[in-house]
Design a protein around this ligand. Structure first.
Ligand SMILES: Nc1ncnc2c1ncn2[C@@H]1O[C@H](COP(=O)(O)OP(=O)(O)OP(=O)(O)O)[C@@H](O)[C@H]1O
Ligand SMILES: [Mg+2]
Length: 289
């Protein structure tokens, strides 16, 4: 028997449609929807991301995996503008966005959620989503005191859009509650709703199923597949649950100690000796070989 990490086929099949139809065609760098070009990010003596290369085409769900401390969240922080890398470029939709502030990258069509949930905790769930909507506001806030009808209509449009997302993410029962008082799973959904409110074309999800039980994780991944279709998204997902990752992603990059150790379709990744070693250790590879 050849070595492979233990992944559930059942879960994989059940969520296979979430990944997006068709085989993954690796784009040429100049054609990538998101290009991470030789990016390095260091903190003092720690190289969190080392010469990372990723070329992501438009459409479907792809994954970034690796053991704890591999550099996944740092890669997200560089891609979304929270960190400026010491080396390399991030090109989004044909535009070099390296080092642009997060709000500019968000306005360009990229939204994200955080590993450690970052909501405005004293605001209600609905208000949190309305904050996301501000990115696409048609008239600036300083017009508010003028009481112009077009401004009032815009306020109503933002409210209605936020309400539609609250409904879509099954958060109606919590909409007037403070974000901090929501159950954990609902807070994670609220972060996704707020990200969708910015009308992204590219969505980065950093461990969206963290802290959920297996049933909730599978449901969430089905849901992510649906929103990918509904909002015509490209999704880059960080997730530790291998069953989930193998089920929903059509292509996967694997990092270890800041470095890319493998990339490929799920079937190739699950039997890749480097990946098995990173997750299970050298001993397990020899036992399984
Ligand atoms: N702001 C920072 N300052 C200093 N070191 C950092 C900082 N952010 C990350 N690191 C270090 O960079 C490395 C990669 O961390 P990162 O959070 O990107 O890993 P990760 O793959 O997301 O891990 P996990 O699966 O645990 O979330 C770690 O050694 C971490 O301690
Ligand atoms: Mg992380």
């Amino acid at each position: 028997m050849s070595a492979s990490v233990e992944f559930s086929e059942k879960t994989g099949n059940a969520t296979a449609t979430a990944a997006g139809a068709g085989a993954f065609a690796k784009p040429r760098p100049e054609d990538a929807f998101l290009l991470v070009d030789n990016v390095s990010m260091r903190f003092g003596g720690v190289t969190a991301v080392n010469e990372l290369e990723m070329a992501i085409p438009r459409g479907g769900i792809v994954g970034l995996i690796g053991p704890n401390g591999a550099g996944k969240t740092t890669a997200f922080n560089v891609i979304s503008g929270f960190y400026k890398p010491q080396e390399g470029r991030v090109v989004f939709n044909g535009r070099d966005v390296t080092g642009l502030p997060p709000h500019r990258i968000c306005a360009a069509g990229m939204a994200r959620t955080f590993q450690n949930i970052r909501l405005s905790h004293n605001m209600s769930a609905l208000e949190n989503v309305m904050v996301g909507c501000q990115v696409r506001r048609k008239y600036p806030w300083w017009m508010a005191p003028l009481g112009l009808p077009m401004f009032t209509r815009e306020e109503q449009r933002i409210h209605d859009k936020a309400m539609a997302l609250i409904e879509r993410l099954s958060l109606v029962q919590y909409m007037h509650e403070k974000a901090s008082s929501l159950p954990y799973g609902a807070q994670r959904r609220l972060e996704i709703a707020r990200a969708l409110a910015t009308e992204p074309s590219f969505l980065l999800l950093d461990e969206p199923a963290a802290g959920m039980n297996p049933q909730e994780s599978v449901e969430l991944m089905h849901f992510i597949g649906h929103i990918r279709d509904e909002f015509d998204l490209t999704i880059l997902l960080i997730e530790h649950d291998m069953k989930v990752v193998m089920g929903v992603c059509r292509y996967i990059w694997v990092m270890e100690y800041g470095t890319l150790i493998a990339e490929g379709e799920p079937a190739a990744i699950r039997s890749n000796p480097e990946v098995i070693k990173a997750y299970l250790g050298e001993d397990m590879v020899q036992q399984h070989a």
